[in-house]
Design a protein around this ligand. Sequence first.
Ligand code: PLP
Length: 467
Amino acid sequence: MSKKIEAEKTISDPQLLKLEAQYCSWGDTVHYAKELNIFTRCEGSYLYDQEGTPFLDLQMWYSAATFGYNQPRLKEALIRQIETLPQLACQYLHKEKILLSARIARDIEKKFSAKGRVHFNVGGASAIEDAIKVVRNHTKKNPVFAFMGSYHGRTLGATAITSSYRYREKFGHFGDRANFVPYPYCFRCPLGKKKATCNFACLQQFERLFESEYYSLVNTKTRQCEFGAFFVEPIQATGGYIIPPQGYFAALKKILDRYKILFVDDEIQMGFCRTGKLWAIEHFDVTPDIMVFGKALTNGLNPISAIWAKEELISPAVFPPGSTHATFSSNPLGTAVGLEVMKLIEDADYEKTVPLKGKYFVARLKKLQKKYPQVGEVDGLGLALRIEICQKDGFTPNRELTDEIMNIGLSGKLTAGGRRQGLILDVGGYYKNVFTLAPSLDITEKEMDLAVDLFEEALKKGIAATA
Ligand SMILES: Cc1ncc(COP(=O)(O)O)c(C=O)c1O
């Protein structure tokens, strides 16, 4: 073995960080944390650093590793595929791709009474690009709606329908920038209303825009709308795990149908039982025209992504071969794991267990909310949970405290049962003051108790440090 290879085996964290600072682009990561962690192992709900310190992960790779790290059944499926057909160009067929597509399309057909097809790509944003192509091809319209607070990815097309200008600022003019509409973020209502009495005032405001051509959306004589689709996150993910009120999406869909505007449901972060149902949109009594998914489709192993679209939007007659293509889309390792994920969901009882676990977790977090005014809001649907961190008034966003708590968790210096422990938290939200929790769906009650204890320790330390 060469000396170089030998040296790499025993390289220390500080040495690695020095190399990273010099040779890794920081443009492809977020580098949010004060100190960067290097992890060497993962299992279940935990990441481990070089010293073996366990970090309880409450965000599971932005919900990609939804079924736990190193999940034995998914690992086995991957190994089986490595030993049989690990590589295949996607112009040829393999069994797993066909069976996975059939399972997903049949599930959607059963739930939403809509026939359709599944179309693969490699990452979430790439699948969003494919959805944009399907929309343009079908409607012959480029402009689309999306929500304020939305996140659909960072390719150029996905960035154009992602609300933050920060992501566009350095990259030229975005002629196809979406028309952004306020999301029903009831804790911070964009209209200052109260949820119980608002009567969806924000939606009424949107609907009013279709009354006159002077509001810029429609020709009221021809009833033609300039916009082809509305891209929707059923629960706004990066925006802070915001759960819309019941009835909102159904009412929105009615408006969109009047003007033949397609409803594109981005399930990339919330799909695959995160909310207790396979698709988050199932909670809201809406049939989407297109669905987009990725992340947990393969539990983060050999990632692939996909869209499902109604037959009339994606049949070979209207969306022929080569309409999109990526070398690695529908690769056999990814589809084999995806198929096993679908089987795992069928065998497990996530529709029952996830809501129960979510309820338990939220109840424990609500106790913290009572004790600490800085915990402004706690909410959740299934195991998609949010903790909004505020000033002492329980409302003004407190980004400084949020960052402090996140960094304390990542320092790995919390204690539990007499040993060092870390806590992985992800921050989202319009004011970067929301912990968006996406724990493993197999998290145990004991781990949830530990999570709350560690969070409280980090919160107390954070409050003391920022006081
Ligand atoms: C709702 C949503 N859409 C799209 C994306 C982009 O997916 P990817 O990062 O795989 O490109 C994400 C990623 O976080 C997401 O949460």
